[in-house]
Structures are given as C-alpha cells and as structure tokens.
Design a protein around this ligand. Sequence first.
Ligand SMILES: C[S@@+](CC[C@H](N)C(=O)[O-])C[C@H]1O[C@@H](n2cnc3c(N)ncnc32)[C@H](O)[C@@H]1O
Length: 247
Amino acid sequence: VKSFEYSGDYYKAIGDFLREEYHSYSFTRGTQSEVEFLIRRLELAPPSRLLDVGCGTGRHSLELARHGFKPVGIDISPGFIEVAQQKAQAENLPAEFRVADARHLEAEKLENFDAAICLCEGAFGIAGDDAAHSAILTGIQNSLKPGAPFILTAMNALWMARQQGLQVENFDAYSLTARQHDTIRNPQGEAREVEFYTTCFTYRELKWLLESTGFELEAAYGAMPDNFGEIPLTWDHPEIMVIARRV
Ligand SMILES: C[S@@+](CC[C@H](N)C(=O)[O-])C[C@H]1O[C@@H](n2cnc3c(N)ncnc32)[C@H](O)[C@@H]1O
C-alpha cells in the first residue's frame, strides 16, 4: 500500500517561521471559552499540574495558568516555545514551556500529572504515521497519575472527506491524511509556501488507539474551535473530542 508520507516533525519549521503570526489564524481565537469548558468538564481544581502536548504558542496553557493551574507545555518548535515563554514571563504566570518531541516523551521524565490535553492537532494528527501517533498516546499515558483525565481533539476523517475544496489527489484514503498547500507569513510579513499534512481519524480508530495504549474512554463529542461542549459527534464537526482516563 502506497500512502502519503510526511515527516512527523514538519511543523517545526512552520512554527519557527510563524511565531506570533500563528495567532492570526481564526481557529486560535476561542481559547478562553475552550479552557473554561476543559476546567468545567474535567472538574479540575487549581493548582493541578497539567501537561499540554503540542502546545504551540501556549495559548491554552497560559489561559490555564491565569486560572491558577500549573501547566507544562511541550512543543517541537523552539520559535513557538519562545513566544510562549515570553508571554508567561511578561504576565508572571506559573506556566513552564519546553522544547520536546511528543513522539519521545519518555525522554522528558514527565510524571504524575493530574491531567493532559492535546488540542487542535498538537502533534497528534501531524506526527507522520500510526506508530508515531501511538507513541504520543503512550507517552501521555505514562505522564499521568492513574485515573487522571486526558482530552484529545483529532481531525474528523468524515468531515475532511466531505470538504468541497479538497481534491481527491490531496486526500490519501489509506492513511486518511489530507494535504493542503498554503502561503504563510512571518511577523516581518515575508511569505513562504508550505504543505500541511493532517492525518484524520474516525471515532472507532481513536477508541482503539486509546484503549490499546492504556486509556479508558469516557466520552466523545463533536468539536470545533471556540465551540467545545458535550455535543453529539456528526460528520459536520471538523474535530472529534475524546475524553479518556489513564487506567
Ligand atoms: C496546529 S498547532 C496546535 C497548537 C496548540 N495545541 C493550539 O491549540 O494552538 C500544532 C502544534 O503541534 C506541534 N508539533 C508538531 N509535531 C510535533 C511533535 N512531534 N512533537 C511536539 N510538538 C509537535 C507544532 O509545532 C505545533 O505547535
């Protein structure tokens, strides 16, 4: 079977180029309401320690820190991590950020977290292949206390396949990976042409993957940026949100 191949660290160069320009994407604008949902739904109380995998510029972690939590955000892009660290310092927030590869979390000695989040393709869904996606979940599982919750959002394969603008040659039906060309801009206004690869999932695949990496599935919802809630999943939702717990 010949399916799309892409490198599981391709986003590093994109993050380093975009830096704070990442916030010009409309999907980053719902951070506050998303975080309010996470706190409510997971019944989290400060000062719990939270792991934010593929944290990008740290928007969820920074907001969680504003609510009194102690997040640790990891990301493969040094440029994004620097933006997150500068913001934490400027606001004097108890959020820690470090450069790390989510496919090798065991190297980071991240342990005893009260909860973990991996949102909006935070490494999961852009990590290259099945083994890498599975390794990310195993690493997250090992970083949690037994019984601790994990919220993951992953691109909904059914939604992606129904996108009007998506041509058949840009969607690999074996790996359920979409390829999208885009022009991105850095804070200085310079442009760069890039390919985004997004591996999509069905609910059943997520359930199997999570269960095979030591999680118990608690719930699954349909999600979209700025609209997190206990919403029944349909093919109209760009993302699938799953709530799982470390066994
Ligand atoms: C679309 S952004 C999402 C960022 C953030 N979670 C948010 O909601 O804004 C995807 C992030 O995953 C990071 N990423 C991609 N591959 C990674 C890997 N192998 N390990 C760690 N982070 C990775 C990228 O650098 C980028 O910050």
